[in-house]
Design a protein around this ligand. Structure first.
Ligand SMILES: [Zn+2]
Length: 161
């Protein structure tokens, strides 16, 4: 891993561990957020809406496949709203592609920690790291994309339905 990416990786992990308030806090901070891997999208949306109602914050949620999105309602145009949803969906697709590539080496990523346009993850078996930037400045780095997972067979993605 490049030293600069490694530094970002550890910083994002540290911040996450020090500030585990979850997706709703992330939504308030950034104005938009998407559901984490493996979360039930409807349950996730319901939880976001429940907290928003409590705080009297106006939010919109939407869903694309097994991913849900939420954004704070600001007086922005429909076009900007669609742009935000499109951006979140691109991020989701980029991370899914990285997950698949790491699975080809036998790794099983435990989920993503997000920091704005950056995301990090770890293999649940061996701890191999992955650092990604999913904006126009695409970066993908880490052992999870280059080294095989010790003791774990690669996943044959052609067999996954
Ligand atoms: Zn691994």
């Amino acid at each position: 891993m490049l030293a600069a990416n490694e530094e970002r990786f550890w910083r994002i992990q540290r911040e996450y561990l020090q500030r585990p308030e979850g997706d709703y806090a992330e939504l308030l901070r950034r104005g938009e957020v998407s559901s984490p891997d493996g979360a039930d999208p409807e349950a996730w949306r319901a939880e976001i809406r429940r907290k928003a109602r409590q705080d009297k914050v106006s939010v919109s949620t939407s869903r694309a496949g097994d991913r849900a999105f939420a954004m704070v309602n600001k007086p922005i145009g429909r076009e900007q709203e669609l742009e935000v949803i499109a951006r979140e969906f691109r991020r989701y697709q980029a991370l899914r592609e990285l997950r698949n590539r790491s699975a080809l080496l036998g790794h099983e990523l435990v989920g993503w920690i997000r920091h704005d346009v950056e995301s990090i993850s770890l293999c649940g078996h061996c701890g191999a790291r992955l650092y990604a930037r999913t904006d126009s400045e695409r970066i993908e780095d880490g052992e999870a994309l280059t080294e095989p997972c010790p003791g774990h067979e690669p996943v044959d993605l052609t067999r996954v339905p």
